[in-house]
Design a protein around this ligand. Structure first.
Ligand code: PLI
Length: 460
């Protein structure tokens, strides 16, 4: 008898649906031109399947919606803050909580507190907003991720790992006093949602401890990272996601969180620290930039939805289905020979635009071009994660990242397996006609985080 495999499936059923608009090729052509070939500038109503981001786009559960009705909208001391504080302590294990309107609010406060002009901030690959806040605070980001992370073909299972030799060299060169913290992300976004291993994290902890350097955790997608540790790292196969998340956090001194991802809410974030002095300063600063320290720019109902979402996000069944759907899409794309980042990561499929469109030089934006072509083909909206996202250095020169990617990001609990089929087929169709696709030039470039609002024209 044939061995029948056990498929993953969603641990929920659908109670309400949102109707989508289907568009014609002519409508999409007009919409893309009006958007200056930037998928961020499309109107959402012109999009069929929205894979721009997994940020703030998840479907909340009935329990989260019920929690919204329990919002205590007091200016100070909302009961939802105390609930959130208790959940952050219990699930994540950090002592002190400062809520913020989203992740970059926490990055701003943390960077202002810890970074002095001329400081060096090593990290396992940059993230756009994180690095910008480090730079605005006077610091310089240094990439210390392992080399495999920059190679879309490498099947290394923990491409989010820190290269400890690179870190050691930075400490030798600049001195530990110039390094306020190591910026360590779980599920490294720009590398394709790639995990860091517990072994590497423990070694990072040991090295930084020796030099008196903090580790600050970008824990935006920590549960997805925990899933890969459970699946791939020896000794963790029988541990729960919650246990693994707790252990990851125990090797760090604090965290910034965009709760719009893992934590299953449409808005929210926080800074969490173990050090009273940093907490005290952050609590002073949050009132300047976000709001009182018991709401940080959020409504009481938002904090309640976040508290409940955090609990749901570390459920083993939830994470298995969430990552299972991403892997399903990736494997479908591989059937159509579409070049993707391997191994498949936690929150989306990252298509290698340099391999997809090898005839388009990076200065003509292959990933930006490909994202536009996918939308024109099927109304699926994706995001550029290449030279446009990387932006410019402080001296005005372009960063040229090795990875030039289009991210097909999967919102949590939103789309079905049939949607995944349609997405993969669209990528496959565009791949078949790739030789005819021409690059673009940038005709408008904003000063900060240019990928959000830049505009392009097609080359003739
Ligand atoms: O978008 P925010 O401000 O809530 O969070 C910023 C942020 C910080 N770290 C990481 C790893 C992120 O992925 C992140 C935001 N990511 C977005 C918006 C994304 O589309 O991936």
């Amino acid at each position: 008898m044939k061995n029948i495999k056990q498929s993953w499936a969603e641990p929920y059923k659908i109670k309400m649906v949102e109707l989508l608009k289907m568009t014609t090729p002519a409508q999409r052509k007009k919409a893309m031109q009006d958007a200056g070939y930037n998928t961020f500038l499309l109107k959402s109503e012109d999009v069929y399947i929205d894979l721009l981001t997994d940020s703030g786009t998840s479907a909340m559960s009935d329990r989260q919606w019920a929690g919204m009705m329990l919002g205590d909208e007091a200016y100070a001391g909302s009961r939802n803050f105390y609930h959130l504080e208790q959940v952050v302590q219990d699930v994540y294990g950090y002592k002190y909580l400062i809520p913020t309107h989203q992740g970059r609010g926490a990055e701003n406060i943390l960077s202002k507190i810890l970074i002095k002009k001329g400081d060096i901030i090593p990290g396992n690959m940059y993230f756009t907003t994180t690095r910008l806040h480090q730079e605005l605070a006077g610091g310089k980001f240094e990439d210390i991720i392992i080399d495999e992370a920059h190679d879309s073909e490498s099947e290394f299972p923990f491409k989010g790992n820190v290269d400890l030799d690179k870190l050691e060299r930075l400490i030798k060169k600049h001195g530990a006093a110039k390094i306020p913290y190591v910026s360590m992300a779980t599920s490294v976004n720009m590398a394709g949602g790639q995990p860091i291993s517990m072994k590497n994290l423990k070694a990072l902890r040991a090295m930084t401890k020796k030099h008196g350097i903090r580790v600050i955790h970008d824990m935006t997608r920590v549960a997805e990272n925990a899933y890969f540790i459970q699946q791939r790292e020896k000794g963790y196969e029988n541990k729960t996601i919650k246990e693994i998340v707790h252990e990851i956090n125990s090797y760090t001194d604090g965290a910034t969180m965009s709760a719009k991802k893992d934590a299953l809410v449409n808005i929210g974030g926080f800074l969490a620290v173990n050090d009273w002095d940093i907490f005290e300063e952050a609590r002073n600063m949050v009132v300047v930039y976000e709001g009182l320290h018991t709401y940080g720019g959020l409504a009481g109902r938002d904090m309640e939805a976040m508290a409940i979402g955090i609990g749901e996000s570390v459920s083993d069944e939830h994470i298995k289905a969430r990552v299972g759907q991403v892997i399903y899409l990736g494997e479908k794309m591989l059937e159509y020979d579409v070049p993707i980042v391997k191994p498949i990561g936690g929150h989306g499929i990252f298509v290698d635009a340099k391999k997809f469109l090898p005839h388009i030089p990076q200065d003509n934006y292959p990933a930006q071009t490909l994202a536009a072509e996918i939308y024109l083909d099927s109304g699926v909206r994706t995001m550029e994660r290449g030279v446009v996202s990387a932006g410019r250095k402080a001296n005005g020169e372009n960063y040229y990242p090795k990875l030039e990617l289009v991210r097909f990001t999967i919102p949590r609990r939103v789309y079905t397996q049939a949607h995944m089929d349609v997405i993969a087929e669209s990528a496959g169709r565009v791949y078949q006609r790739r030789a005819k696709i021409k690059g673009m030039k940038m005709v408008y470039e904003p000063k900060y985080l240019r990928f959000f609002q830049a505009q392009f024209e097609k080359l003739k």
